[in-house]
Design a protein around this ligand. Structure first.
Ligand SMILES: [Zn+2]
Length: 377
């Protein structure tokens, strides 16, 4: 999930929005307008819209608080946090490394639901102190906003505690199994399988509710079930790949015979003479005996074909400064994850500013393939 709109930085963590978030924001806003109209018919159109818009914005802040609490525990435990992205189904804090012990996993996972639960209770208490009587409709627009946000935070906390990996509850379950058995991978596999089971449960419930007259609520359950199945399946696949790559470091899988190209060469000549003839995909760009960047078909495609004769390799390449690099001691799995995050197929291996080799996704997939054939997993 890549953020398409960057909002800013909080506690050194980038916060961004995925386009699908706007769909949710609009859905929430329109359903709130309907709901606030129903709560009190005497409120004017303006009051209702202001209440609905401010509730949507505050809901965003609550989601962010949930994700930030995951991220801050991770940071406190020494795990680097890349960014937080809000999307269709809530938020996602991208934490660069997996927890290395069950207690970190436990606190990191449970921090979010705790934050949502506490925010929910505080908001409802404030509403109550302003005269709201529980289970009754709110009397003023301000209280209506507090009550809606209070409930939704409690729901958010409870939903995330469903023990379906990779939801927070699934991570908590994983941490507990890990703590009891001492096995990191096995606990994650069990938690992901429970997640798949929960996904099928949601779908079955959604279907029976839809045909039993439950209407659109049933479709929502089917959708959540499908999401759980998809994410749990992806986690299982990742675990399988992780176990196949176990023990391999970047230095084991990098290739050192990278072809190079002079930066001043024309792009058209590069395509005709090197890219199309050699079958190699990744070239180092050299200028004055120094590596200044990488060029692959991906970079070439970014330049309009009619401009190929006018542009040099140097102008088309991805400069070294714009590429995340690997160190030889990183695990092969980390390299694969980084390629996924950066959406690239090759990453350079750099030691003290000196290029040592290249790791490519294609090569890693070959390694995974041969290992799975020989190890029979
Ligand atoms: Zn969470």
């Amino acid at each position: 999930m890549k953020a398409q709109i960057k909002l800013g930085t909080v506690f050194g963590i980038e916060v961004g929005l995925h386009y699908s978030w706007f769909f949710v924001a609009l859905l929430i806003m329109f359903s709130l307008v309907v709901q606030f109209h129903a709560v009190n018919r005497s409120w004017t159109e303006t009051v209702v819209w202001v209440a609905a818009i401010s509730t949507s914005i505050l809901f965003f802040a609550c989601l962010l608080a949930h994700e930030l609490s995951h991220a801050l525990v991770a940071k406190a435990r020494g795990l680097p946090v890349h960014n937080i992205t809000l999307f269709l189904l809530g938020g996602m804090a991208q934490i660069e490394k997996e927890a290395s012990d069950p207690s970190t996993e436990f606190w990191m996972a449970i921090a979010g639901p705790i934050a949502s639960g506490v925010i929910g209770l505080v908001l409802l208490t404030v509403a109550w102190s302003l005269g709201w009587i529980p289970w009754r409709p709110a009397q003023t627009p301000g209280v209506a906003v507090l009550v809606w946000l209070g409930y939704i935070n409690l729901v958010l906390g409870a939903f995330n505690m469903i023990p379906a990996f990779p939801l927070d509850g699934g991570r908590v379950l994983r941490a507990i199994i890990w703590w009891i058995t001492g096995k990191a991978d096995r606990s994650a596999r069990i938690a992901a399988q429970v997640g798949q089971l929960a996904g099928w449960g949601f779908i079955a419930y959604g279907i029976s509710s839809f045909f039993g007259g439950g209407g659109l609520g049933g479709i929502w359950f089917i959708f959540i079930g499908w999401f759980l199945l998809k994410t749990a399946g992806a986690s299982l696949l990742q675990l399988q790949i992780g176990s196949l790559l176990r023990g391999l470091r970047v230095r084991d899988v990098m290739s050192q015979d990278c072809p190079s190209v002079d930066g001043s060469m024309g792009l058209q000549e590069f395509v005709d003479e090197l890219l199309l003839k050699t079958g190699r995909r990744c070239f180092l760009v050299i200028d004055d005996h120094r590596v200044t960047g990488l060029i692959t078909p991906h970079e070439v495609r970014d330049i309009e074909r009619s401009r190929w004769p006018l542009v040099s390799v140097c102008e088309a390449m991805r400069p070294v400064s714009a590429i995340h690099s690997l160190s030889p001691d990183m695990s092969a799995m980390q390299a694969l994850e980084m390629m996924g995050r950066e959406d690239v197929n090759q990453l350079p291996v750099v030691v003290d500013g000196q290029l040592e080799g290249i790791v490519s996704r294609g090569h890693l997939l070959q390694v995974i393939h041969s290992r799975s054939e020989l190890l029979g997993r």
